[in-house]
Design a binder for this molecule. Structure first.
Ligand code: SAH
Length: 248
């Protein structure tokens, strides 16, 4: 997976991706990250990238030209690596509170791409015309407003990265996690068997695989019903309980 991020704060993106598991995956070449500083592409002599909004209103807007030229730099970088043959346009994700809300399902869909381009906004956002020209996906990380698109881009890249084969040590863990089957994950325990008088549930020590699975499903259902009833209802619609017919 190759990530390209267009931003006014490349150092924030670089730092955010250079930790733990993601850093290791980049060292191994499973992931790569390139940042593009939008300010470097402005033709304005004082290096400004923002201006007032037409029609009035508070706040500044990032102009179309520097964003478009940054995007051209991303495209040439991709062509350099992949060759010009396909001419395929990469998906360009603009992080915005106006986008569809990010979910595990979207992460799974995006994890199938080879190149992903992110555009991070600032101030009041970005001139609509350049968004129309280059953006393929608008994604929000939730119903609140942040000062910039860098944290959302990091959130989205993090969630995608751990789905890329080889990034996590254990492929299994991405399969059984919260949301992967529409439920929240069951509680988990590690050593010691007893801590502050609290014991690990007996069934987990039993070595009886089927019982462990049954217990985990029950706990997942319990937790999901309590904190995310809408997820629980959807799960129950998709997995109606098997009702045994009574013998006449
Ligand atoms: N005026 C805009 C908000 C601008 S916030 C509006 O009302 O929609 C500044 C930048 O932060 C945005 O361009 C976007 O890139 C980023 N941002 C803020 N909140 C976000 C969220 N919830 N999800 C994704 N990106 C967000």
């Amino acid at each position: 997976m190759h990530f390209h991020v267009m931003t006014l704060f490349p150092e924030l993106i670089d730092k955010g991706m250079h930790t733990g598991v993601l850093y290791r995956a980049m060292e191994q070449g499973i992931l790569s990250l390139e940042t593009y500083h939008i300010r470097e592409y402005t033709v304005e002599k004082h290096k400004r990238v923002d201006d007032y909004t037409y029609g009035g209103g508070a706040g500044m807007l990032i102009q179309a030209q520097p964003v478009y030229d940054t995007y051209q730099a991303v495209l040439s970088r991709i062509r350099e690596r992949e060759g010009d043959a396909s001419g395929k346009k990469p998906r360009v994700i603009y992080t915005t509170p106006q986008g569809r809300v990010f979910t595990q399902a979207i992460a799974e869909e995006l994890a199938k791409e080879e190149e992903l381009v992110f555009l991070c906004g600032h101030y009041e956002g970005i001139d609509e015309r350049v968004l129309e020209e280059i953006v393929t996906d608008e994604i929000s990380i939730g119903d609140y407003v942040l000062t910039g698109g860098e944290l959302p881009a990091l959130v989205i890249m993090d969630a995608i990265s751990r789905l890329v084969p080889g990034v996590l040590n254990n492929d299994e863990s991405a399969m059984t996690e919260s949301f992967s089957d529409g439920l929240l994950e069951y509680p988990q325990y590690t050593r010691p068997e007893e801590w502050m008088g609290k014991k690990v549930p007996e069934v987990l020590l039993s070595g009886h695989h089927a019982n462990v699975e049954k217990w985990r499903l029950e706990k997942s259902l319990e937790k999901t019903r309590k904190v995310r009833p809408e997820l629980y209802d959807r799960y129950m619609e998709l997995h109606p309980p098997v009702v045994k017919k009574k013998k006449k």
